[in-house]
Design a protein around this ligand. Structure first.
Ligand SMILES: [Ca+2]
Ligand SMILES: [Ca+2]
Length: 360
């Protein structure tokens, strides 16, 4: 075979593979999906939250804790500064997020907060805040968990410790199950930014869930295309894991040794990100990316939209999946979390603003 023929065949094969991969990613990203507006009443954009509010969790007394200012590879970021944690009292009609005072003995400059989770110690009601953070160094995307104590009357965080482990290499979200133990999702296998891109391009199901405690760290669930939000059922017996690229919420049962047994998955028809669980009803609330392609190739003239999905009766034979809110990006761009409290719904985003609406 002549060299020219060989090279031509090689280039043709490569182009075919590239085309097939692009088609595959566009399909997974729901690239051709058009969104119909589905708005809620009395929505207000929150003050002080202009550069992302990727994850939100609400305490039983209506104080929302908000992770803000994430810089994530492949996503826009409009903030030059470090990330921050805000609190917002949902029982106060002014709805004004306040930046929490950070501890002095903590490296604020490299703080890049992503998923968060709260653990309230039943023995003394101490509130522990677990934060996934990504200090960035030379193309590597590092992950570490920062554990704080939240002092509500003081609007401050007390730094307790940093957790790093080789199995916690590309962490997206976390759910605390004790004062220093948690489950966390790895959305990618690789932590180098170029390799992460290739991993996404090839749609490799190399994401997983890791259990961490000071005495034991292990992978407890795997084969996720993009393991994202993670949370617990109110009775703490089940774990919910959102696979963004697979458009599913996976239900897993916790075992005595902290391993997980798969129960089922529920299709959501969108690229869902973080999951919050309503304590009274057990309903799941998901912040989703209705068209992931628009999020990947960000164009301010045609921005990605936002979508909130609620799942009721997830453990029954017929879970009810409802779209509660949808916006084409004209109000809010790139929703990543939705959290209800007292008839209101908070919606946070990866790099844009945050919204508070009435549910009825
Ligand atoms: Ca979370
Ligand atoms: Ca997330």
């Amino acid at each position: 075979m002549g060299k020219l023929v060989f090279i031509s065949l090689f280039v043709a094969a490569l182009s075919a593979l590239f085309g097939e991969r692009i088609m595959n990613i566009r399909k997974r990203a729901l690239a051709s999906r058009e969104l119909v507006q589905n708005h809620l009443p009395n929505c207000v954009l929150l003050k002080n939250l202009d550069y992302g509010s990727e994850d939100i969790t609400i305490l039983p007394n209506g104080i929302a804790l908000i992770s803000a200012g994430l810089k994530y590879p492949g996503m826009p970021s409009f903030s030059d500064g470090a990330g921050k944690i805000f609190s917002l009292d949902l029982q106060d009609t002014r709805l004004k997020p306040m930046e929490l005072r950070m501890p002095r003995n903590f490296d604020l400059n490299s703080f890049n907060p992503h998923g968060i989770s709260v653990f309230i110690d039943p023995s003394d009601d101490t509130i522990y805040l677990f934060v996934v953070s990504h200090p960035r160094h030379e193309g590597q995307f590092h992950s570490q968990m920062e554990i704080f104590k939240f002092v509500e009357e003081d609007h401050s965080l007390v730094y307790l410790k940093t957790v790093k482990h080789e199995l916690l290499h590309s962490v997206n979200d976390i759910v605390a199950v004790g004062v220093d133990s948690f489950y966390a999702t790895n959305d990618h296998y690789f932590s180098h930014e170029i390799l992460r891109l290739i991993e996404t391009f090839l749609s490799l199901p190399w994401g997983n869930v890791v259990y961490y405690s000071p005495g034991e760290v292990k992978v407890v669930s795997d084969r996720y295309y993009f393991a994202n939000g993670i949370n617990l059922s109110p009775d703490k017996r089940h774990l919910y894991v959102v696979d963004l690229f697979d458009h599913n919420v996976h239900v897993l049962e916790r075992q005595a040794d902290n391993t997980l047994v798969s129960v089922k998955s529920v299709a959501v028809g969108s690229l869902c990100d973080n999951v919050e669980v309503e304590p009274e009803t057990g309903d799941l609330w998901l912040g989703c990316h209705p068209n992931g392609w628009k999020a990947l190739v960000y164009n301010p003239e045609d921005p990605p939209g936002s979508e909130v999905i609620q799942i009721q009766n997830i453990h029954s034979e017929q879970p009810v999946v409802t779209q509660v809110y949808a916006d084409n990006g004209s109000v809010i761009i790139g929703s990543s979390v939705a959290a209800p409290f007292g008839g209101k719904l908070l919606i946070g985003t990866v790099f844009h603003k945050a919204l508070c609406c009435d549910l009825k």
